[in-house]
Design a binder for this molecule. Structure first.
Ligand SMILES: [Ca+2]
Ligand SMILES: [Ca+2]
Length: 188
């Protein structure tokens, strides 16, 4: 007689779960946001639950003259903060189609406005690995100098992760495995 055990269910789940990996780009919908002298601009976006394997930050369109006014950082739903950018680019303008990626060859300090392409941020985004991505992410942009201001028009996150199954999914998988075991018992 074959009996399905708790441990065999867990082993089967461990085999099945890595298949449920997910990759997605999540764009903020609360833009445009003004970037004003001596103020901190925030913008948020919401991500579904998944265990983070990699995060890249996409600053798609940010208009600002004299980019050296700015400092940027990002905070995860779990409250982890990673510094992205600090006072680079001198008097030159804008950040367009910029990807902050730990895997980039160049550090952001080696780029020049409008910073098109991939750059490593000030601190590694790997700080987010293993966290649950689910919830509200916040991008902060502080303008520390007078005269030049701008707007954040578009930004997002590119996240690779493993989907966290809903409890209902686990119940269904468990029920399916039990049914298979029952059929095998009847066939035996
Ligand atoms: Ca990356
Ligand atoms: Ca300014």
């Amino acid at each position: 007689m074959k009996v399905i055990t708790r441990s065999s269910v867990l082993i089967l789940l461990a085999i099945c779960l890595p298949v449920l990996s997910s990759a997605g780009v999540f764009m903020s919908t609360d833009v445009p946001r003004g970037i004003r002298d001596h103020q901190t601009t925030t913008s948020t976006l919401t991500v579904p639950p998944m265990v983070i394997q990699d995060v890249n930050v996409l600053i798609t369109t940010l208009y600002h003259s004299w980019m050296a006014d700015l400092v940027m950082w990002i905070t995860s739903p779990q409250g982890t903060t990673v510094a992205l950018y600090s006072y680079y680019g001198g008097s030159a303008n804008n950040m367009l189609n910029t990807i902050f990626d730990d895997s980039a060859t160049l550090h952001i300090s080696q780029g020049w406005p409008p910073f098109g392409g991939s750059y490593r941020p000030d601190a590694p985004l790997s700080a987010f690995i293993g966290e649950n991505a689910g919830g509200v992410w916040t991008l902060y942009i502080r303008d520390d100098a007078s005269w030049d201001s701008g707007t954040l028009e578009a930004w997002g996150l590119e996240i690779n992760g493993e989907v966290i199954p809903e409890p209902a999914t686990l119940v269904l998988v468990g029920a399916g495995l039990a049914a298979v075991a029952l059929l095998r018992r009847r066939a035996a």
